[in-house]
Design a protein around this ligand. Structure first.
Ligand SMILES: [Zn+2]
Length: 407
């Protein structure tokens, strides 16, 4: 190395920190554009993709991020979904299906991988529902804050704490990873009165989203978008008695339950609208790739920027816990698994297969007219085979061999 490069490197080491410098050198020398060394993931509990699109804070993402219009989460239930976001694994692999299940020690968290590479890592979780799942386990974070007071900490409080977290991360002078999980717009609905508009089809839910939106804008404007990868998503959607005779989450796997907002801003990547289906499980390998961090372990996801179209996996085991005879009469008590592939969607009733539902999403996007299973036996078998393979140790490439991958 010549002396002028040594001086440049010395100055950079002093100002940027060694971990960032390592990333900069890895991209081809001190004069190459550095990879981003900051990551902020913002997840929201129960935020429907259609309501998210109307949020004012979405404008910033539409202007600067890749907006994934058809993003599918792994569960209509919080613990399995958030564990997938943080491990890149479907629930069949990470093993968290219901509250009380715990991640295996062998399933690496995003924060653990990044901390091992010199990142500062902090999490701020507004609610108690994932306590015990293992996401905040020993050594996984520099600081883990999971509020357990019921019902949950509201968006104004969470944003105030998130801004403090951002300040601590900047002060650390390390690359960093911050995860914020908001709980509004989940029940109990209790947004401040000023956010209500009785003209909304569902005023209480809409008010919660408007409150979240207002608070989210305070956080987004303090993030350094030139240097930070920003991910925005939800753990699951919400039934509002609009598409189906159901209001809430975790009993069903209809689109309003499992389709979520997903936006990913990576400095240097142009804003884009992506219309093919993607999965929240893809966030994990994407952010590692974009940060330039190698990971040798398994992942069920693929890089969101690869353009690859992959089958989705979603589940809910919650119906097995239901004891109320009226709820069972209305909604059944079979665990459900869903897969979307090439315009079709199978919602498989694990404990009562005759109750399975097959939909043509292109002709019937609101899932109002299930196809006759006997008349569509081949499609049913193909999708059922895909569902089964998600529990295997097969790679995605092997999984798709029989059906042919759509690139
Ligand atoms: Zn949730």
């Amino acid at each position: 190395m010549n002396s002028s490069k040594s001086i440049v490197l010395a100055v950079l080491t002093a100002t940027l920190g060694s971990a960032l410098l390592a990333g900069l050198i890895a991209r081809g020398g001190a004069f190459a554009a550095p990879r981003p060394a900051k990551l902020v993931i913002i997840s929201v509990d129960g935020l429907r993709h259609d309501y998210a699109r109307r949020m004012k804070s979405s404008k910033r993402f539409f202007a600067a991020a890749s907006v994934f219009e058809q993003a599918i989460t792994t569960a209509s239930y919080t613990p399995p979904s958030l564990c997938s976001l943080q491990t890149g694994l479907v629930p069949l692999k990470h093993g968290v299906h219901l509250m009380g299940d715990e991640l295996g020690a062998e399933d690496a968290l995003l924060s653990e991988i990044l901390r091992s590479k010199g990142f500062y890592a902090e999490a701020l979780i507004a609610v108690n529902v994932i306590v015990g799942a293992g996401l905040g386990r020993e050594g996984a974070w520099d600081r883990w804050t999971n509020y357990t007071e019921l019902p949950y900490k509201q968006a104004d409080f969470v944003t105030d704490r998130a801004l403090e977290m951002l300040e601590r991360a900047e002060a650390s002078r390390q690359p960093y990873y911050l995860w914020v999980h908001y709980f509004d717009p989940h029940v109990p609905f209790r947004a401040p009165d000023r956010h209500y508009d009785e003209r909304d089809a569902r005023p209480e839910y809409a008010a919660e989203v408007r409150f979240l939106d207002y608070e989210l804008q305070r956080l987004l404007k303090e993030i350094d978008w030139d240097e930070t990868i920003v991910v925005f998503t939800a753990d699951h959607g919400w039934g509002l008695w609009l598409e189906h005779d159901y209001g809430y989450h975790y009993h069903k796997l209809y689109e309003e339950q499992i389709r979520v907002p997903l936006r990913v801003h990576v400095p240097g990547r142009a804003a884009a609208r992506v219309t093919h289906q993607v999965r929240t499980v893809d966030v994990f390998p994407t952010v590692l790739d974009e940060l330039g961090v190698a990971f040798a372990g398994a992942s069920d996801g693929v890089n969101l920027f690869s353009g690859r179209v992959m089958p989705t996996y979603s589940e809910t085991n919650f119906p097995r816990l239901v004891k109320d005879p009226e709820l069972i009469r209305l909604h059944g008590n079979s665990a459900l698994q869903a897969v979307r592939w090439r315009g079709l969607k199978l919602i498989y009733a694990v404990d009562d297969p005759d109750q399975s539902l097959l939909f043509d999403l292109e002709d019937d996007p609101r899932e109002a007219n299930p196809l006759d299973l006997r008349a569509h036996r081949r499609e049913f078998e193909d999708l059922y085979g895909l569902l089964q393979s998600f529990g295997d140790a097969q790679t995605d490439e092997r999984r798709l061999r029989a059906l042919g991958s759509a690139h």
